[in-house]
Design a protein around this ligand. Structure first.
Ligand SMILES: Cc1cc2nc3c(=O)[nH]c(=O)nc-3n(C[C@H](O)[C@H](O)[C@H](O)COP(=O)(O)OP(=O)(O)OC[C@H]3O[C@@H](n4cnc5c(N)ncnc54)[C@H](O)[C@@H]3O)c2cc1C
Length: 387
């Protein structure tokens, strides 16, 4: 006898930085949710490769609002749910060593403050009080946003996963979605290498693979896998509070950033120039000499610290640097939650909560205000300044 095909209200494709918090918020609302992932366990895509930076310091209202919600959740998670996420509110500083960066950061500041961010400009002397080890030569100052911070992507994704399961969400691993089934222009289910599931809504949270899932549902989602490398050092006594970001373009890289994790290690990352497009996640030998040179230039104190490990992962990049969030106009029940670029970890909780409001059809006036920035149907000609 044939087994009945299981039915879910929502199927999320992707158990990563976006899919797992989304499952948590849906399960919390008693919505029958299944998360499918092709990998053998939670967070094995880009999620575990993030370095853990969490900021609301962006250049547009959508990411600012979503990340403010995320910070609220990360910062209260331990007292609410009991799990340690290694949350540390050390702030962020975008430093300026040239007039170009000083001018563009200062220009952005007004917009950021208008959107409610706690951010200010510090001149050289004040910035050196916050980050005493910055190279003072040519330093002009920088922005400082003390409410930003960091957490462990590994601990956070697993904490969301445990809570989502406890609230009733189901997760199937090693289950690769191969086909999206439509019935009269509506989502009706998926076929995977493991079987067949029925549902009313599909959320595309497939990260760097989101364009493939989009295509299965007849939608063009311009998300490209863009490789980035990162590294972690040995643990040392605390000497650095904020994440330090240097957006000066240099030969071989367009920016780089580093911070000291709650547990003492320095974690760092660089944005290569030109981009390294594709799904390859094997590290190059170019990364460490390139980034080490830039880090030592702005923080000579780091010269004796030992690197323990390097790795490479994928940013799910969009042409303009903004995420893609919203319903398909052609296929009813097909919701996109993709293209979070280098910020999917920090966007995850805020975006997960927003996705749950999409599903119950209870978007707020504030949601409606930010959704045009994220629309799958925008022209993608803009450019995010702090991506
Ligand atoms: C080096 C590095 C540093 C970073 N640092 C930060 C940082 O400091 N802060 C920050 O916010 N972000 C950071 N990021 C970015 C962040 O990691 C990503 O934006 C985020 O993880 C994307 O989340 P996601 O859920 O969209 O994708 P993922 O986490 O990749 O999840 C997508 C999932 O979809 C699954 N999937 C795909 N196709 C299928 C299919 N056909 N069937 C079933 N499952 C499928 C995959 O297996 C995967 O598990 C960094 C990224 C890198 C590489």
């Amino acid at each position: 006898m044939n087994q009945p095909i299981p039915h879910y209200d929502v199927i999320i494709i992707g158990a990563g930085s976006i899919g797992v918090p989304a499952a948590f918020f849906l399960a919390k609302r008693n919505i029958k949710t299944l998360v499918l992932d092709k990998f053998p366990s939670v967070g094995q895509g880009s999620s575990k490769r993030a370095i853990g930076g969490i900021r609301a310091t962006h250049s547009d209202p959508a990411k600012i609002r979503l990340c403010l919600s995320s910070i609220e959740l990360f910062s209260t998670w331990k007292e609410t749910y009991g799990d340690e996420l290694d949350w540390y509110q050390g702030g962020y500083t975008f430093v300026a060593y040239r007039d170009e960066e000083k001018n563009s950061l200062q220009k952005l500041l007004q917009t950021q403050q208008n959107f409610g961010l706690n951010i200010s400009w510090l001149d050289k002397k004040d910035l050196l009080e916050v980050v005493p080890d910055l190279n003072p030569n040519s330093l002009l100052g920088g922005t400082y946003s003390p409410d930003d911070g960091s957490a462990s992507p590994l601990l956070a994704t697993h904490a969301f996963y445990r809570q989502a399961k406890q609230m009733g969400a189901e997760f199937h691993f090693g289950d690769t979605v191969q086909e999206i089934i439509l019935t009269q222009g509506r989502i009706s289910g998926v076929k995977t290498n493991q079987g067949h599931y029925c549902c009313d809504i599909i959320i595309n949270a497939a990260g760097p693979w989101a364009s493939q899932i989009g295509e299965m549902g007849g939608m063009r989602i311009p998300v490209m896998p863009d490789s980035h490398e990162a590294a972690i050092t040995e643990s040392v006594a605390r000497f650095l509070n904020p994440m330090v970001v240097d957006i000066r373009p240099m030969p071989g890289s367009s920016n780089f950033y580093f911070y000291q994790h709650l547990t003492g290690q320095i974690i760092f990352c660089i944005t290569p120039k030109p981009n390294m497009w594709g799904y390859n996640v094997e590290e190059t030998s170019d990364f460490l000499p390139l980034v080490a040179k830039r880090m030592l230039e702005i923080m000579p104190r780091l010269k004796n610290i030992r690197v323990r490990r390097t790795w490479r992962g994928l940013y799910p990049m969009t042409p303009d640097g903004f995420p893609i969030v919203g319903w398909s106009k052609e296929v009813s029940g097909f919701l996109q939650a993709a293209g979070t670029c280098g910020q999917g970890f920090m966007l995850g909780p805020g975006l997960g909560e927003l996705l749950s409001r999409f599903v119950i059809n209870q978007l707020t006036a504030q949601d409606e205000e930010i959704l045009p920035y994220l629309s799958p149907y925008r022209d993608f000609s803009g450019q995010e300044l702090l991506k």
